[in-house]
Design a protein around this ligand. Structure first.
Ligand code: ANZ
Length: 851
């Protein structure tokens, strides 16, 4: 090989084969070794890997390799989230079989992932569409059914009347079906549910222990679980002897004197009284036109249907108000009924203004007098109660809510109550390409579990997908199953794919076990996942469902030692690229355009056509602003791609793709190779050998290892790339010296070892040339070389000393601010606040002024 040229194609392939053949990353239980379970969210096999995958899996790989070099027993598996709509749609459009389509994609994507040089234990590969996987899921379904955590109930769904199919909330766009464009309706369907709400409190409490999760994700989970403190109030009702009272849940009992109407959901039990009333029937149909999402309900025009009933204010029985059916009241929250207080709730105010109802202000801001009145904007802030007889003067909210509840309880009109927003998880999908639900129906429609020995219930293959509704409904033969000598019919709903991903991290612990979904000893050794890495788009549902599943599987059996599946969570940012449009506003991909100055862009097809350049946006096929990772690996090598994807911004932030950046990374690898060749050559020239011991070399190496340790532990991977450039410069300088230092090679080996996580192929190749030892271990640091380079910096927040952090000398102000934000003990002082000013004294102090 030409010593000057680094042939990455040869080197990378060599090492990838070596790692595979030697089963280098094969994980097994080793009792006396500390374990580390590193997991990236597994991909959907859509056809090709994209840059988001490259970033996600490179970040994970850096960590897995680092931990492994540190002597941890590392589990780093990979699999495929392979059920789901895209396969079904692609198959429908192209008359293919979803299974073949999926398997072909997995084959391609696996080859692409291998080319990235990931330290994955491919022996543990799983695919959720394989019966080897979903048979266990069917078993879990039945176990949860026995535990009372699975049930069937009628529920409203988003219904696409043209496609005759149920739509997930995300598939409803502006109230219309994403494929048919038809206005979505509400329809009642019998569906399967997981009883996640049983764990609401526990899921909420559990968040407190997750110290290694980003705060923003915990806040999102907390809001989703949505614990509300308030009370339930019984309102006496007049107008029909069949209705004595209606209960409402409220978080604002203190506004009862502002009560001017009572509204119930169209599905409230009292709707029975109106089921033959034509006007009501029309009203209900109008309400059905709004989908079932909270968002669509919130955005829809508020409409009401006035009943002949009146409700009595329990704190002032002389006051009676009308009872309405209203489209903004949800049946599955609280009691499906609301007491309306227009002055202090915008929704109620919109409704009251429309139907000419009273607006009585009962809370006034602290600086306002008794003439305070709400007109177009509800007042929801703090203040004092007024216009409310014996409640007058109570401070809102700290006294008013508790005091009112006390009074209501004493008078036996109401009770303190905690409500959760979290609803049970509807897992039924009327789709073909998903895990069949192991349930059948007897002739009399009674539910019967499929016996364990008949599992798995496999999907029928090669069927016609071009039917309306669920293709499985048309599979009469497949549906027939004999249970207890009776012919029964299989359920045709399949499970939401979120079920598949709610336990895959457990399966990875014993992926080949045929009898059990997971082996309990393996799970108790490997779990929890020490570091989970993925996109913030999964911050709510996937993580919540996984947290639920881990609890649900263990519920009343107590065999899994942990409750929380993911100890550490890291959410990486997006990979972005500018967008291009031609003069007809058609998206163009980066390789359809060219630019000579990096500012003006032209079409390659028609070189005089100027292209409109849009700002960087997250790469997406629909906007064609994607870069193909496979092509990049082919052109520049996996190490260069890894280096680039980590280099430009911290992993939690978005990174912008740049061709120049990619080329610079490629050149760096080349330059490093030349440096390496010089070092090897120099070490071989005997006359130069064994001169003095170089203290500065020792100091540089130790300080570099230390810096990289610190950065690795904080995911500051972009800083490490800068360190690699320092390494290059430093070693080149050393080589300029006339003599060969006694400690050059030993330090160089250390440096190469710490490069393994970032550029594993290059580092392994260089190491192989200078040492026969292949059991690399993360180098120890000699403390005496560190002191000179560190300083303690005082951290002040709004002028108050809040901490002291040990940093590298000469740290830049912006880097220091990032450090402060990442320091756990300081985060609580900063939280969501904005830094409006900083005072920075280099190596000594920083004062952050926050708003
Ligand atoms: C009276 C009231 C007065 C309310 C006021 C608010 C402000 P969170 O915090 O989300 O729990 N509510 C109760 N059940 C409902 C349902 N099924 N559909 C729609 N809205 C419902 O919200 C609790 C508040 O949401 C409750 O407090 C109730 O309106 C409304 F000045 O009661 B409130």
């Amino acid at each position: 090989m030409d010593p000057e040229r680094y042939n990455f194609k040869v080197v990378e392939e060599k090492w990838q084969n070596y790692w595979l053949e030697n089963k280098t990353f094969k994980a097994e239980i080793i009792e006396d070794k500390k374990k580390f379970y590193c997991l990236e969210m597994f991909p959907y096999p859509s056809g090709k890997i994209h840059m988001g995958h490259v970033r996600n899996y490179t970040i994970g790989d850096v960590l897995a390799r680092y931990k492994s070099l540190q002597g941890y027993n590392v589990l780093h598996p990979m699999g495929w989230d392979s059920f789901g709509m895209p396969a079904e749609n692609a198959a429908r459009q192209n008359n293919l079989d979803p299974k073949n389509w999926t398997e072909k994609n997995i084959f391609t994507m696996k080859a692409q992932l291998k080319k990235l040089g990931l330290s994955i234990d491919w022996n543990r590969e799983i695919s959720t569409c394989s019966p080897d996987y979903y048979k266990h899921q069917q078993r879990f379904f039945l176990e949860l059914y026995d535990k009372g955590l699975v049930y069937r109930k009628e529920n409203y769904v988003n219904w696409d009347p043209v496609d005759e199919t149920v739509l997930a909330n995300e598939q409803v766009i502006d109230g219309k079906g994403w494929r048919s464009g038809a206005p979505v309706e509400r329809k009642k369907l019998s569906q399967w549910f997981f009883n996640i709400s049983k764990f609401s409190e526990d899921l909420l409490q559990g968040l407190d222990q997750l110290n290694e999760w980003p705060n923003k994700v915990k806040v999102m989970q907390k809001n989703w679980i949505g614990k509300s403190f308030g009370c339930e109030i019984d309102f006496k009702v007049e107008g029909n002897p069949e209705v004595k009272s209606i209960s409402c849940f409220t978080t604002r009992p203190d506004t009862l004197f502002g009560f001017s109407f009572l509204a119930v959901s169209v599905d409230h039990p009292i709707s029975k009284l109106y089921e033959n009333n034509e006007e009501f029937i029309n009203f209900k149909a109008a309400c059905s036109k709004t989908g079932t999402t909270e968002e669509s309900i919130a955005q829809a025009d508020k409409i009401g249907f006035k009943t002949n009933l009146t409700a009595i204010n329990p704190l002032d029985e002389s006051k009676q108000v009308p009872v309405y059916f209203a489209n903004f009241v949800l049946m599955d929250y609280g009691f499906g009924a609301v007491f309306g207080c227009p002055a202090h709730d915008q929704r109620d105010l919109d409704f009251a203004l429309k139907y000419n109802l009273d607006v009585i202000s009962v809370v006034k801001p602290n600086d306002k007098g008794n003439d305070f009145k709400v007109s177009k904007e509800a007042y929801t802030g703090p203040g004092v109660i007024f216009n409310s007889k014996f409640l007058d003067g109570l401070k809102v909210p700290e006294q008013s809510i508790i005091e009112t509840i006390k009074i209501l309880e004493e008078r036996k009109i109401g009770k303190k109550k905690i409500n959760f927003r979290l609803k049970d998880w509807g897992v039924s999908r009327q789709r073909y390409w998903g895990c069949p639900i192991p349930i059948a129906y007897k002739k009399n429609n009674e539910i019967i579990k499929v016996p364990l020995e008949k599992l798995p219930i496999k999907l029928p293959e090669n069927i016609n997908l071009n039917t309306n509704g669920n293709p499985l409904d048309h599979q009469e033969n497949w549906r027939k199953i004999i249970i207890d000598d009776e012919e029964c019919m299989l359920e045709t709903d399949t499970l939401d794919t979120f079920v598949d991903s709610s336990w895959y991290f457990l399966r990875f612990c014993s992926p080949k076990n045929e009898d059990l979904g997971f082996d309990i000893d393996e799970v108790n050794y490997w779990m929890p996942v020490d570091q989970y890495i993925g996109g913030v788009e999964h911050a709510i549902l996937h993580l919540l469902y996984s947290r639920f599943f881990t609890r649900a599987l263990d519920y009343k059996i107590d065999k899994i030692k942990i409750k929380e599946p993911f100890k550490g969570l890291f959410t990486q940012g997006m990979v972005c690229h500018e967008t291009y449009k031609d003069q007809n506003n058609k998206w163009l991909s980066p390789d359809e355009v060219f630019s000579e100055n990096g500012k003006e862009f032209f079409s390659k097809k028609n070189i005089s056509e100027k292209i409109k350049v849009g700002p960087p946006e997250s790469m997406s096929k629909s906007k064609k602003n994607t870069i193909d990772p496979e092509q990049m690996i082919k052109d520049y090598g996996a190490d260069a791609v890894r280096l680039f994807i980590l280099s430009d911004s911290p992993p939690e932030k978005d990174v912008q793709w740049s061709d120049q950046g990619m080329i610079a990374s490629y050149k760096f690898i080349q330059k490093f190779w030349i440096l390496h060749k010089k070092i090897v050559l120099s070490s071989q020239q005997q006359q130069k050998r064994d001169r003095d011991f170089n203290e500065s070399l020792e100091e540089f190496t130790n300080q570099t290892i230390n810096k990289i340790n610190v950065s690795l532990n904080k995911f500051s991977y972009n800083v490490i790339i800068a360190n690699l450039h320092e390494i290059y410069t430093f070693f080149n300088k050393i080589l300029e010296g006339k003599s060969f230092n006694e400690n050059l090679i030993s330090n160089y080996i250390k440096i190469l070892t710490i490069m393994i996580p970032i550029t594993p192929h290059l580092a392994s190749e260089c190491l192989e040339e200078i040492t026969t030892n292949k059991d690399y271990l993360w180098p120890e640091i000699k403390d005496k070389y560190l002191q000179s380079n560190q300083c303690k910096i005082v951290i002040q927040i709004n002028g108050k000393k809040r901490g002291l952090i040990l940093m590298e000398k000469n740290i830049k102000e912006s880097d220091l601010i990032e450090e402060v934000k990442k320091t756990k003990e300081l985060q609580r002082f900063i939280e969501e606040k904005i830094i409006i000013k900083t005072i920075f004294i280099k190596d000594k102090l920083i004062n952050l002024i926050l708003k």
